[in-house]
Design a binder for this molecule. Structure first.
Ligand code: ADP
Ligand code: ADP
Length: 228
């Protein structure tokens, strides 16, 4: 479902961020991406949702060829992928409900369908009671749960998270992992870049380690493998 073949990425300033990566990720997998800072983890996952384009090589996501995707087809493609960031990136002037509903309003879904689906995902992240709150009235963990609700409201087949627990304490991080577990059990592929050794070592999944823009380890149920 996600396939990279001999991918290289050099940024316009000459930095060679990805140096020959080939990988296959199957529908329904849960994958951790680990490695030192600057190793290329963010670049690797940004290419999966076409935030960055490969310089050479091919990338297929849900049978769509990313490198040949036309600019005007990018928004439609992105809607098939849920993305979660370390810093949540909620819209501060919109309520929780509006933040989550937004993605469905853009595609002109019917109001009754929107309301049903938004309340469904808010229930999944256990924040139905915060629907009318604003992001700044929520804790970091709650904001991240809303960001996850927003990411999955379209029922994406793939959910990509870049250090989703990076700003959260351990208790809150475990709660976030429960939500990703649920999403994965409902059939979505989950790809998560992380520096959280406890999580990787406790909730075992496939681990890809990237160093210097290359995959140096790819293990089913692997460990974190770094000291930091
Ligand atoms: P990681 O997520 O593992 O920390 P990144 O993919 O963010 O690694 O970065 C890989 C390398 O590419 C680093 O040297 C970083 O400074 C560089 N880099 C990342 N984004 C850009 C960019 N937009 N322009 C230029 N260089 C970048
Ligand atoms: P994060 O994923 O931590 O929110 P980014 O993906 O934006 O941050 O950046 C990851 C790394 O890439 C950082 O080390 C950052 O300094 C570097 N980077 C980002 N954008 C650029 C850029 N335009 N030029 C050089 N390095 C960059």
């Amino acid at each position: 479902m996600i396939r990279m073949n001999n991918v290289y990425k050099t940024y316009s300033n000459g930095v060679k961020a990805i140096n020959g990566i080939s990988v296959n990720i199957k529908q329904g997998e849960f994958l951790y991406v680990v490695g030192p800072s600057g190793a290329g983890k963010s670049t690797f996952i940004k290419m999966m949702y076409r935030e960055e384009k490969p310089t050479t090589g091919s990338i297929n996501v849900n049978t769509i060829s990313i490198e040949s995707l036309r600019e005007r087809d990018v928004p439609h493609f992105r809607r098939q992928i849920g993305v979660v960031f370390q810093n949540y990136r909620l819209l501060p002037k919109m309520t929780v409900y509006e933040n989550v509903a937004f993605a469905l309003e853009v595609i002109e879904e019917e109001p009754a369908v929107i309301e049903k689906r938004v309340m469904e995902v808010l229930k999944l992240v256990k924040l139905e009671h915060k629907a009318q709150s604003f992001p700044n009235e929520l804790s970091g963990g709650e904001q991240q749960r809303i960001a996850i609700a927003r990411a999955i409201v379209n029922n994406p087949k793939v959910v990509i998270a870049d250090e989703p627990t990076g700003n959260l304490d351990m208790n809150t991080s475990w709660e976030i992992m429960d939500i990703f577990k649920e999403i994965n059990e409902q059939g979505a592929t989950v790809i998560m870049a992380t520096h959280n050794a406890d999580i990787v070592n406790t909730i075992r999944h496939r681990v890809i380690a990237i160093e210097g823009g290359k995959i140096v380890r790819d293990e089913a149920e692997g460990g974190y493998g770094y000291e930091d």
